[in-house]
Design a protein around this ligand. Structure first.
Ligand code: TXA
Ligand code: MG
Length: 347
């Protein structure tokens, strides 16, 4: 199949909307990461999503809606807690889990009794859903196991030949997938940390907790099974060996010296903040380096993380060190993804 890569225009949006209505799959930008969309009511389209991603079909999809959509068409009930979160954070990077209405095909929810819903804020995503006139189910537009795509060329790397159209809307602002909050049970529970932080959620629902299985702590509880089916897989596995550490630049400099003594031909890299990179240079360490931006503004690190992981692969890094952050604010979401990508932790 020929894959078209088109800039977002009224014309390409119309073409994309038509493909969706005809049971085809289209990749489109959102403020979090690129999505691989199909009509929420097209079993054919949904099957094509799972095929293109190589994703297990028990892993449910998020339903993307346009502003003003009547949620009772998807959800069985929309509790007051959900309304308050929507008022505060929609459109935006927050996915809300509610009991599902029977109109939602089982193929969307992987057989679960709940459905995940989100109203994206990216203008192209909004326009596409509106033009199609139907809710759009969309996982991240990567091959299963690869970092989520934050540019159209990342999508092209993974999806060329598999889908008819990719809408290019530039690079995604947030860079990490949406926060997922489960409101289908008594206590509002974050199943996946993201751009809307726990601190932000608690300004609206103070009783919100994080599912212990996804909390990015030193002792990531690998024996607790996460509630979001997708969170149990080891995502974003880079080809090289990633060692995530909070031991600081002096320790990393020492380890790199040891690595290079053992095997001088091995490509050793570092993914870290600017400050960390400068401290390494001051130690006399000159190795390939990918910057996550300034330490004082971790939204830059969030924006760049997935791209950095893809780049490490492209540059053929056999082994690389990643700078760990405190799991606070957006750091919680960054660490959640970084921990999953790493093969070794020195925390
Ligand atoms: O930012 C995002 O959310 C992106 C963009 C495209 O919107 N989408 C995304 O979708 O990240 P995906 O499929 O890659 O991740 C969705 C996650 C999976 O871990 C899945 O298991 C979980 O949401 N999920 C979906 N429906 C669920 C449900 N009813 N209950 C629990 N978890 C659910
Ligand atoms: Mg994904």
């Amino acid at each position: 199949m020929m894959t078209k890569l088109l800039p977002v225009t009224a014309e390409s949006l119309n073409e994309a909307a038509k493909l969706l209505r005809n049971g085809e799959v289209v990749a489109f930008p959102t403020e979090t990461v690129y999505g691989l969309g199909a009509s929420c009511f097209s079993i054919e389209g949904i099957k094509k999503i799972y095929q293109a991603k190589g994703r297990p079909s028990d892993n449910p999809l998020i339903v993307h809606v346009a502003p003003g959509f009547d949620l009772t068409q998807i959800a069985l009930t929309v509790p007051d807690t959900a309304r308050r979160l929507m008022d505060a954070f929609w459109p935006g990077p927050l996915t809300i889990i509610l009991p599902k209405n029977e109109q939602i095909p089982d193929e969307v929810t992987g057989g679960l009794k709940t459905v995940a819903i989100r109203e994206p804020s990216h203008p192209a995503a909004m326009a596409l859903i509106k033009t199609a006139g139907i809710p759009v189910v969309a996982p991240s537009a990567n091959t299963s196991g690869r970092p989520s795509p934050t540019t159209a060329s990342h999508v092209y790397e993974d999806m060329a030949g598999k889908i008819p159209l990719i809408l290019d809307g530039g690079s995604c602002e947030v860079g990490l997938e949406s926060t997922i909050i489960d409101l289908s049970e008594d206590v509002p529970t974050v199943l996946r940390p993201g751009g809307i932080t726990l601190e932000m959620l608690r300004t609206v629902l103070p009783e919100t907790i994080i599912d212990p299985a996804v909390k990015a702590t030193k002792e990531v509880a690998m024996d607790v099974v996460p509630k979001a089916p997708g969170m149990k897989y080891r995502h974003y596995a880079p080809k090289g060996e990633l060692i995530l550490t909070d031991h600081g630049p002096e320790a990393v400099a020492e380890w790199i010296r040891e690595d290079l003594e053992k095997d001088p031909s091995k490509v050793i890299g570092v993914i870290a903040t600017e400050e960390f990179g400068k401290a390494l240079l001051a130690q006399g360490i000159r190795v390939p380096f990918i910057s996550l931006g300034p330490k004082k503004d971790l939204t830059v690190a969030a924006h760049r993380l997935f791209e950095a992981l893809r780049e490490a692969d492209e540059r053929g890094w056999a082994r690389f060190y990643g700078e760990a952050f405190a799991a606070e604010g957006i750091g919680e979401a960054i660490m959640n993804r970084f921990l999953k990508a790493s093969s070794e932790k020195r925390l």
